[in-house]
Design a protein around this ligand. Sequence first.
Ligand code: DC
Length: 221
Amino acid sequence: MISVAIDGPAGAGKSSIAKAVAKELNYIYIDTGALYRAIGLYAVEQAVTTTNREAVAALLSEIDVTLQHIGGHQHVFLNGRDVSERIRKPVVTVAASHVSAHPEVRTFLLSLQRKLAEENNVIMDGRDIGTVILPNADVKIYLTASAKERARRRYKELFDRGEDVHFDTVLKEIEERDYNDSHREIAPLKQADDAVLVDTTEDDLETAIQKVKAVILSKIG
Ligand code: DC
């Protein structure tokens, strides 16, 4: 099986790019952030403080998270319930960032991610895929863009969805998430030594897709 790891900060375009490239190459696209989001959602629903490591760890035995691909789209199931839409709510975005810093949560999700990569040709996107989850991935890409450009993209996405947001708030949230994700003690966001850096600040989506595809094909082609 072939595995492609794509890591990088929030809003770098990982999911749109990985999804498109996976479709072209006929690989399964796996959005690992959705797994952390499902746990964040459960903690919010149980009214547990998401920064409280012990309290979140105590919930894990009650949680079953699975992924299914339906009509080419990834669906996330939390204890049998399809939560694919619910996990995109802003409150869950913050909760996911908090719970993902707890070592118990990362261990809980590790084997599920490795199993998916063992059984399928995958393009997996996340923060620690190339560094921790799949250190032997065939291709590793670190996808980034400036914080301002990432905030601009995220703002447009939220605006188009009809959400009432301010650009400055989106930028501040992106910067806070960058800080949380790259400063946590366990599996922080960082470029793997053997990852290819792709900066999409100046690129439109199609250009970025072709850049990433070219990197993959140059490694496995
Ligand atoms: O990619 P995303 O925005 O859906 O990720 C949600 C949160 O989960 C984000 O704050 C970082 C965390 N995450 C992680 O720690 N490791 C991953 N492989 C993917 C996401």
